[in-house]
Ligand binder design. Sequence first.
Ligand code: PAF
Length: 279
Amino acid sequence: MHILRSIEELRLLRAQTLTSSQTIGFVPTMGALHLGHAELLKVSAAKSDVTIASIFINPKQFNSASDLAKYPRTVEEDLETCRIFNVDYVYLPEISDIYPAGFDTFITPGSLGSLFEGASRPGHFAGMATVVVKLFNIVQPNIAFFGKKDYQQLAIIRRFVADLNFPIHIFGMETVREADGLALSSRNAQLTEGERKEAPKFFEILQTFKRSFPDTNSLNEAISDALRQFGELQHFQLDYFDLAEQDTLHPSRDTNKPLVALGAILGSQVRLIDNQELQ
Ligand code: PAF
């Protein structure tokens, strides 16, 4: 496994080492790798000739300096995980490589970026989309792998890849969960003991809701029931819970369309997001 630290090294790799017939799989990450990332790396290794992973904690997608400061930094363990899962190249840039002095251009998602996480975390998706576009331009992959836990992120990436004509196939992968149902996330380590015990209820509420779907007659009842259960959580406040069309994320109650139930709950230090596709 090779570690690349500069854009020039990536350019040389693409121009001199890799051939145009090789399929390049790309797994962008912010490090603190867990088994959800491991699945992305595994599938990339199976579907691509060469897998490139990036580890870059992107300051522009954090809403506050304290959130950025708290984000776990585990580079040595992450590199070991990449080795175990047959990553060929890890791109580990410096902040100044990605955001040199004078940097002043952002990719701002349209309506897809304004609701849900976009409403709760202003600027987050512009920061995320900007770095992903930059990484796509630097790495020039054929396939890129993202988890469905960040459902809105994945929808925004699919949208800008189509809108901006990136020749990249976006592969969305199912959420990997703890045995008790909690979606894996690098932020789970920041849950208090009480929060960690209660956190699996989030997925239970989403699953109970999914089981009651698509009985349109009782849809409103099922939504009220889910909201009541969120309200009963001791350690978390509900941020949002709603149904939306899977590709546009427009809120919808039309059970003839492919819908997704999306939610976010707030603990003392961490907000958790999760979702369930309903068809
Ligand atoms: O999902 C993440 O870890 C990040 O949002 C991503 C896609 C690596 C961009 O920084």
